[in-house]
Design a protein around this ligand. Structure first.
Ligand SMILES: [Zn+2]
Length: 265
């Protein structure tokens, strides 16, 4: 129930963002992003006069001190043309997300702290909305794990098909600790396209932005992201960016940041 969701988020950045975007229609979500940075770089009055067309993504990077290149940035963009640097990067703040009672993290998967906390909030709200018990099917995967997964898939299916299932080591978003493959107890279709038709996936696709997640590989985005539709793979980018993308309709990080498309290695 949307109203319940918003009640639960009444103290969160997500709702403040949303309300500001409504109350100040001349200020886009870009402007809202800047408002979050005002404590360090801007005054409130400066935010109010900013026109959306004056804002470029680079100004947001500067304002928020977030990078699309640094491996430990919440906005890092990893794809088939953008490996992690260093390629064997290991996040420093990996934790085991605590989800809701009943299940949830059966494989002991870890995520970075911010992503884990956001996932917990999302799981609790999803349960309240009767959309299911969230399961973290996969989270952080190390470079060494990805070597194994990649080699296994390539030896089993050949290079082309194998690499459509498993990213090359250093090129997987899972190595950032910010991506999770999600499922729900008893709803099936784990890591399959049919997951999109489950109650959980429908809820997640509609609501994950409020917790800072985006569906990273949407339908028909292969020419941009290099991956077929993955209704189970969610990427934490923070509430500011997820909200902005939700309202703008831009649904890939490559397009959001004006980065080259990455259909292949
Ligand atoms: Zn995944």
């Amino acid at each position: 129930m949307p109203s319940l969701v918003f009640l639960r988020l009444s103290r969160s950045r997500a709702l403040r963002l949303f309300l500001v975007s409504i109350l100040l229609p001349s200020v886009s979500i870009f402007g809202v992003s800047l408002s979050s940075a005002q404590a360090t770089t801007n005054t409130k009055s400066e935010v109010a006069v900013i026109k959306p067309h004056q804002l470029k993504p680079q100004s947001i990077f500067s304002a928020m001190n977030l990078s699309t290149n640094k491996a430990d940035s919440t906005w890092v963009v990893v794809n088939k043309r953008r490996p992690l640097v260093p390629i064997n990067y290991v996040p420093k703040d990996l934790v085991l997300p605590k989800l809701v009672a009943g299940n949830t993290n059966p494989h002991g998967m870890r995520l970075r702290q911010d992503a884990a906390e956001a996932l917990t909030k999302m799981a609790v709200t999803m349960k309240s909305a009767k959309a299911g018990l969230l399961v973290l099917q996969s989270g952080y995967r190390s470079y060494a794990t990805q070597v194994y997964v990649h080699d296994h898939m390539v030896s089993k299916f050949g290079l082309s098909k194998g690499e459509s299932y498993a990213a090359r080591p250093g090129y997987s978003e899972h190595q950032t600790g910010l991506a999770g493959d999600l499922a729900a107890v008893g709803q099936g279709c784990i890591a399959l396209t049919c997951f999109a038709n489950t109650k959980a996936a429908i809820w997640l696709a509609a609501n994950s932005w409020q917790f800072g997640f985006i569906l990273r590989y949407p339908r028909f985005s292969h020419p941009v992201t290099g991956y077929d539709y993955e209704p189970w793979h969610f990427r934490f980018v923070g509430v500011h960016l997820a909200t902005k993308m939700h309202f703008s309709g831009v649904n890939t990080l490559e397009q959001e940041f004006g980065l080259p498309h990455a259909p292949s290695y």
